[in-house]
Ligand binder design. Structure first.
Ligand code: ZN
Length: 144
């Protein structure tokens, strides 16, 4: 008799890696959610300072090596903005490509990892000049 629920290849042990992955993803989302709440806090205060009831646009720069998952951050912002003055705000997230400067030759080069050797010098490592930032670049509020 076929087992329709678990299927013929069901093996409980094969799920253990999925549980670990889910726990991992939940942790990542918590990180981005707390960043989203900080961003919305800045938006809220900007609206207050300017006497505005609504935030129109939020512009955020995220470095490619900032350790932030942009889809998670977007998701967090959409969820967390609901009860704030930014509830109708359009979220604009721009990814900043990572670049590093070499202390030996002074050249700047793209970086794909946090620690990267200079492509021109053998023993020098690039020091990051862009790509690890997370900043609110601009907030536009509705003028009453
Ligand atoms: Zn170099």
């Amino acid at each position: 008799m076929p087992d329709e629920i678990s299927g013929p290849d069901f093996d409980p042990d094969s799920f253990s890696h999925l549980i670990d992955q889910t726990t991992f993803l939940a942790a990542v989302t918590m990180h981005e959610l707390s960043l989203a709440m900080n961003i919305l806090d800045i938006a809220e205060k900007t609206a207050q300072t300017n006497g505005a009831t609504l935030v129109k646009d939020i512009y955020v720069d995220v470095g490619a090596l900032a350790g932030v998952m942009i889809p998670s951050l977007e998701f967090g912002l959409e969820i967390a903005k609901r009860d704030t003055r930014a509830r109708q705000a359009a979220i604009h997230i721009q990814e900043i490509k990572a670049r590093g400067r070499c202390p030996t030759c002074g050249g700047t080069f793209p970086m794909g990892f946090y620690i990267e050797p200079c492509p021109q010098c053998d023993n020098s490592y690039l020091s990051m000049v862009a790509g690890d930032e997370l900043r609110v670049r601009e907030i536009e509020v509705e003028q009453n």
